[in-house]
Design a protein around this ligand. Structure first.
Ligand code: CDV
Length: 343
């Protein structure tokens, strides 16, 4: 069954610590309009899209406060309301990341799925795998990643959901059709940046029949204190960062027979913090079918057919027939590594 739709990744280039928020918002709205003018029905934006990637800085509580959107409904937040109003008027769905401070004062690295058909947020995801450290590095030249200091680990789990209004003739709940697999509104899962490196995130969605994984990210091109190999130069580290980014999207899209859309916050922030581009759309066979050309503001668009997900889900990765859960216990009962004893 063919279920075609046009999707996009909105890559966002440089945003400095002192960039004007209103100007940044207008850039995001321009990207939204560009995607809509190319026929996209769904656009994915990066992690913490509305500001620079602030977990790299050591911030006082007052400084930190300005990076967060307050309250439980991001679409009504004064700073960003115009963005969602524009999505509504263009009738385009959006997945976008932001720093969330809940009404009870809890900070999360969050993204939402805004449905233009419903005129509201229909799903929220809070980043589960927070990388980096909870205190700054002693070395003042090291690039910090203070997500463990500024955010709580996500508490909403990996909940796939149906996105209404994107494909025609969607099968509804009251259907008498006994087999609904591969039919109906697209099954979507969201993750944020570092989550994409963990097969557990993908498999949690794969087990819900996910067809489209959406992921915004901020990936440094060079952060030797965090990852890569310590003695790599900037060029080698950047090549490696792109390689691993592509590797995880292509492999996990293949192993869960789903499309993925990833959107970068890219470019050189504050003249010294480089972030990779590589925003892309990957198909269920693991092929990148569209990819950003540079590291600036850019919209990457592709027409996809969710029907293509069926082949993998019914053959190599037919989980119901081939998985052996009786042997996987340690994956969910053990966190760190326990090596076999020495001989
Ligand atoms: N924002 C991130 O989660 N960034 C991580 C870096 C620190 C490794 C990433 O996985 O890209």
């Amino acid at each position: 069954m063919s279920r075609k739709l046009k999707v996009a990744a909105a890559q966002v280039g440089t945003i400095h610590a002192n960039s004007d928020r209103a100007e940044t918002l207008q850039r995001l709205i321009t990207l939204l309009k560009t995607a809509a003018s190319q026929g996209a029905q769904l656009v994915v934006f990066p992690e913490t899209t509305f500001t620079t990637f602030f977990p790299r800085y050591v911030l006082s509580p007052t400084e930190l406060d300005k990076y967060f959107e307050k309250g439980d409904d991001i679409t009504q937040s004064e700073n960003v309301k115009q963005f969602f109003d524009t999505a509504q008027s263009l009738h385009i769905d959006v997945c976008i990341g932001y720093a969330e401070l809940t009404s009870t004062g809890d900070p999360y690295n969050t993204c939402v799925y805004y449905s233009a058909t419903q005129g509201k947020v229909i799903s929220k995801y809070r980043k589960i795998h927070l990388p980096g450290t909870s205190e700054p590095f002693d070395d003042p030249t090291a690039i910090n990643q203070l997500e463990k200091k500024y955010f709580k680990p996500g508490n909403l789990g990996f909940n796939a959901f149906r996105a209404p209004g994107l494909v025609p003739a969607a099968l509804k709940k009251d259907t008498t059709e006994p087999n609904t697999a591969g039919k109906g509104d697209p099954i979507v899962g969201m993750m944020i940046c570092n989550d994409r490196r963990w097969p557990e995130s993908w498999r949690a969605y794969g087990l819900q029949g996910v067809e489209l994984v959406l992921c915004g990210y901020n990936t440094p091109n060079f952060a030797p204190d965090l990852y890569g190999e310590p003695d790599m130069d900037v060029q080698a580290a950047e090549r490696e960062a792109y390689f691993h980014h592509k590797l995880v999207l292509e492999y996990n899209s293949y192993a869960n027979s789903c499309y993925s859309i990833s959107a970068a916050r890219a470019g050189l922030d504050d003249g010294k913090y480089g972030l990779i581009g590589g925003s892309s759309i990957v198909d269920p066979n693991g092929h990148t079918i569209a990819e950003a050309a540079g590291t600036g503001d850019e919209v990457v668009v592709a027409e996809i057919d969710l029907g293509v997900c069926r082949y993998g889900k019914e053959t190599m990765f037919d989980f119901g027939r081939h998985r052996r859960i009786e042997t996987y216990g340690m994956i969910s009962s053990q966190t760190g590594v326990i090596e076999p004893p020495l001989l």
